[in-house]
Structures are given as C-alpha cells and as structure tokens.
Design a protein around this ligand. Structure first.
Ligand code: ADP
Length: 352
C-alpha cells in the first residue's frame, strides 16, 4: 500500500470505530461521506443515504432550520452547530448535536467540511425533567409564600402602628424576607423558561423614562444607605415588556447597592444615543476584575473572591437581565474597575 492509501485506510478505521456520526461535505456543502454508524443507526442502505443525503434521517420539523443554518455556514465559512432529531431504524427519533468545521487549503479556500453528530437525547431528557421539576416546585412554593405575604401585609396594616416596636419591626423584616423569597422563586422559574425558549413578552409602547423614575421611587423607599442621583435626558418611547424591563432595572439597582456597601450613592442616567435609549447604573463599590467581566452574564456565574463571598446570591440575576435585553434587540454592557466601582449600561431601540 502506498502512503496515501494507508492514511485513507487509517482514517476509515478510526471513523468507523466511533459511536458518533462522522460525515464530510465538499466546499459547496454537498455531503459526500458518512461513517458506518450512520447506516447502522438509520438502517438505511448506503446507496440511499449517499443519494438522498441526510434528509431521510432528519426529523421533518428540524429540516428547514437545518438547511438554513447549513447554507449559512457554507456561504460564510462559519462553523455549523445545530441540535436536531435523527430517525433511528425503528422509527424513534433521538436528539443529536451536530458540529461541522471547514478544512482549508494553504490559500485559505475551503477544501472540505468535517462534521460529527453526537447523541444528546438522554441529556436533553434529563434537562427537561429538571425544568419540569423546578416548574412544579415553583408552583407548590408559590401558594404558601403568597399566603404568608398576604397575612404579613394584613398584620402590618392592622398592627404596624400599634406602638409595639418589636412587633412592627418583626413584621417589616418578615415582609422583606418574604419579598426576597418571592423574587428568588420567580427568578428560578425565569431561568427554566429561558432555557426552554419560552420567556413570554407582552410588548407595549411606553416612555422608558417614566418607568425608570417609578422604579427609582419604589426602591428609594427600601434603602436608607445610598443616595440615588438621577439624571434624566430622554423622553423616548420604547416597544417593550414593561414588567420585564422593570425587572432589569430592579436587578441592576439592587446589585449596585449590594456590591457597594461602603459607598453612599449610586448614579442613574438615561440618555438618547442615535436610534437607542441608554440607561446607565453607576456604583462606587467593589468593582469587577477584567477576567470576570465577560463571564458575569452567564447563568450561575459568581465572582469568587474574599470580597464577593460576603454577598449572598445565586448568580442568575444578570443572566436574566441579559436574556431580557437581548430578546428586546437591545444591548447590555459594563465598565468596571476593581475597587473603584462599576457602570452597567443597557440600550433599547427607540420606538418612533
Ligand atoms: P448575584 O448577585 O445573585 O450573585 P448576578 O447575576 O446579579 O448574581 O451577578 C453575578 C456576579 O456579578 C455577582 O456574583 C457579582 O460578583 C458580580 N456583580 C454584579 N453586579 C455587580 C456590581 N454592581 N459590582 C460588582 N460586582 C457585581
């Protein structure tokens, strides 16, 4: 055997020994090789798969999006990444994660695409079960918590000013903690909704400045530690979900207080910038290290450090904030310096 044939043989043995699906295509995106696992799994004859490609195997509901993304990759040279269902020989569909990367020649022209598909069906099912569990737990927790909240507020109304200092102080504390618990529960639900792509938005046209001002008013009542300086330079309308944007503001405001315990003010601004309206929230607190900056918007990410340990939290607030802003075609970014403070910005398209 000459060297080329030997290499070819080695490649075939390797790819056929893999439980994953391995495939290649030419530069135009036409598939021209599948490993044995593809024929074995699908139960289809080699000639059929070679002639009709993967359309025989992919779930009809995934085919259109699949084709769209594949064409996009072939045209742009960007890696292909997609989750789709493949039909097994017995008719059962299983989820696969497919990736393909282009191999280029010395001139930078794409020679072939090499792709793999990995069975992620079990992982997907576990993920679904986990989300279902959180949804159920959420639902079961909501009823008692709502009841407690209702009674505490009733007691606050009837006994809050009774002159019994211990009683009214306790009621206020219970009320605050129950509010925290309620927010935590709904944050968890939001995460599962985001994961399954089902965060609902009820968009309407409103003036963002009004919402910022109202939210500041609400939060002012809850803080004695920080002065809020507010510079308002925009009366732009946005087309957005008011509750969700209010959630974004509350999250950013709360973080600004929480991560600047030694400071005495936060600065909030709203400005127009081109076709966008931008809100910024500045604190003078512990700040964020450069290397953590790009990760803080990931879910469950929390900065690890001596300073940060003292702050309670889950690491999902900014993840939710980012998802909400992105869903509104807006942007979220941050400038920060360790030890000096942070400025969080978000922008939304102005609704004309
Ligand atoms: P949580 O506050 O519950 O940990 P977030 O998702 O809101 O979760 O924030 C993620 C991480 O980003 C925090 O753990 C914290 O380390 C960092 N962070 C967020 N806001 C600020 C801020 N204003 N100043 C300094 N660090 C911040």
């Amino acid at each position: 055997l000459n060297e080329l044939e030997e290499n070819e043989e080695r490649f075939r043995t390797l790819s056929n020994a893999m439980p994953q699906f391995v495939w290649t295509s030419d530069a135009d995106g036409a598939l021209n090789y599948f490993n044995e696992a593809v024929y074995e799994y699908s139960g289809l004859a080699k000639e059929l798969v070679d002639k009709e490609g993967w359309l025989r195997i992919i779930h009809p509901d995934d085919a259109e999006e699949n084709l769209k993304l594949w064409i996009h990759s072939v045209e742009t040279g960007q890696p292909f990444l997609f989750e789709h269902r493949f039909r097994r020989h017995d008719g059962v569909y299983r989820w696969q994660l497919s990736r393909a990367v282009p191999q280029k020649d010395e001139n930078g022209h794409i020679r072939i695409w090499v792709g793999t598909s990995t069975d992620i069906d079990d992982i997907k099912k576990h993920e679904e079960q986990k989300n279902d569990f959180i949804k159920m737990a959420n639902h079961e927790l909501k009823t008692p918590v709502t009841t407690i909240k209702g009674y505490v507020q009733l007691l606050l109304k009837t006994h809050g000013n009774s002159g019994d200092a211990i009683l009214s102080k306790s009621l206020i504390t219970v009320d605050r903690q129950v509010t925290k618990l309620t927010n935590l529960i709904s944050d968890l639900l939001d995460v599962t909704r985001i994961d399954s792509g089902k965060l609902p938005l009820n968009n309407e046209v409103f003036c963002l400045e009004d919402l910022v001002r109202d939210t500041i008013k609400d939060i002012k009542a809850a803080t004695q530690t920080h002065e809020i300086i507010y510079n308002s330079n925009s009366d732009a309308n946005v087309f957005a979900d008011k509750d969700r944007i209010s959630q974004v503001l509350l999250n950013l405001f709360t973080n600004a207080f929480k991560y600047s315990p030694k400071a005495d003010k936060i600065i909030i601004e709203i400005n127009n910038a081109g076709n966008d309206v931008v809100v910024s929230v500045q604190d003078f607190g512990i700040g964020i290290d450069k290397e953590d900056l790009e990760n803080i918007f990931e879910r469950f990410y929390r900065v690890a450090g001596k300073d940060e340990k003292t702050f309670p939290g889950f690491g999902i607030g900014l993840f939710i904030v980012k998802e909400i802003i992105v869903r509104h075609n807006g942007n979220l970014w941050v400038n920060s310096e360790k030890g000096a403070g942070s400025v969080f910005y978000f922008s939304l398209p102005i609704h004309l």
